[in-house]
Design a protein around this ligand. Structure first.
Ligand SMILES: *[C@@H]1O[C@H](CO)[C@@H](O)[C@H](O)[C@H]1NC(C)=O
Ligand SMILES: *[C@@H]1O[C@H](CO)[C@@H](O)[C@H](O)[C@H]1NC(C)=O
Length: 77
């Protein structure tokens, strides 16, 4: 099943991108996309990162109202 494998890679990529977005939100460090010399690859990387941002926002919005998440007052913020 080629399609299934593609789906698997797509899901993995989204998860990775979400982790990168999460690191960026919590530490302020993001990947330096301008370090990628090839414009096509750079814009692909930027798209990839913005997908992560979007997914992260969605998860955060869900978590805020979910009873499965609680606010940790001792947390970093
Ligand atoms: C990002 O990478 C580019 C190209 O290597 C470099 O010129 C730039 O200084 C880097 N930006 C940061 C914030 O390190
Ligand atoms: C979360 O709940 C509040 C109050 O019920 C509501 O105003 C808000 O729109 C909800 N946010 C999301 C992301 O569902």
């Amino acid at each position: 099943m080629v399609l299934g494998r593609l789906m698997h890679y797509a899901v993995d990529a989204v998860l990775l991108s979400t982790v990168v977005a999460g690191v960026r939100r919590s530490s302020g460090f993001s990947l330096n996309a301008s370090a990628i010399p090839d414009p096509t690859a750079r814009s692909a990387a930027e798209t990839f990162l913005s997908v992560g941002e979007t997914v992260f926002d969605m998860i955060q919005a869900t978590a805020v109202n979910s009873t499965y998440f609680k606010k940790d007052s001792k947390g970093s913020r």
